[in-house]
Design a binder for this molecule. Structure first.
Ligand code: SF4
Length: 178
């Protein structure tokens, strides 16, 4: 590693070996966005193999699936999958919907978690750092915890607070430069 390499954040890394192919199942996608076919949310991509791996993985670019290459779940997939690993989500549509809902929640949590980590470079006061650290810890607790550790209202409130802080930090940082 050189000095200019970014600091690794394992908590934001996708682990496809521990995921049930949720990005290839739960999410929708369409041709104009860099996918070779249109797919509604909740339906398996027809290239997803039985072991939850992509059967065209080395050929995705050639076949027009750049959108798959560009996408990262930031670790949402394995978190949601492992929380439902012992349940019969394959046969039970209600459980499957719950897993997809938790995946959607985790996508938002991991995205704001990344933004809060990156916002460290914008912090200029102890008070801002305290608020950033408190929000980051709260987001991590829900993202790394059990699926019922935060309902959607709590999660959305937390995300809104984090977004407000990041916006304030970004504005202060850009006004400092002029
Ligand atoms: S093409 Fe492969 S990576 Fe893309 S959604 Fe389908 S199975 Fe997943």
């Amino acid at each position: 590693m050189t000095q200019s390499d970014p600091i690794p954040h394992p908590e934001l890394e996708a682990d496809c070996d521990r995921c049930f192919g949720l990005c290839c199942t739960a999410l929708s996608f369409s041709r104009p966005d860099g996918f070779g076919h249109d797919k509604p949310a909740g339906i398996l991509c027809h290239f997803l193999a039985g072991d939850y791996r992509c059967s065209i993985h080395p050929r995705r670019e050639d076949l027009g699936y750049e959108g798959c290459i560009d996408f990262t779940c930031l670790g949402a997939g394995q978190r949601a999958s492992q929380q439902f690993a012992t349940q019969n989500w394959q046969r039970d549509p209600t459980t499957r919907r719950q897993m997809f809902a938790r995946f959607a929640q985790l996508l938002k949590l991991q995205e704001i978690r990344q933004a809060l980590i990156q916002a460290k470079g914008l912090v200029v006061s102890d008070q801002q750092e305290e608020e950033r650290g408190m929000l980051l810890a709260a987001v991590a607790k829900i993202a790394d915890g059990e699926r019922d550790s935060g309902d959607d209202v709590d999660v959305q409130t937390l995300i809104t607070r984090a977004q407000a802080l990041i916006t304030r930090l970004a504005k202060a940082s850009s006004s400092d430069r002029f």
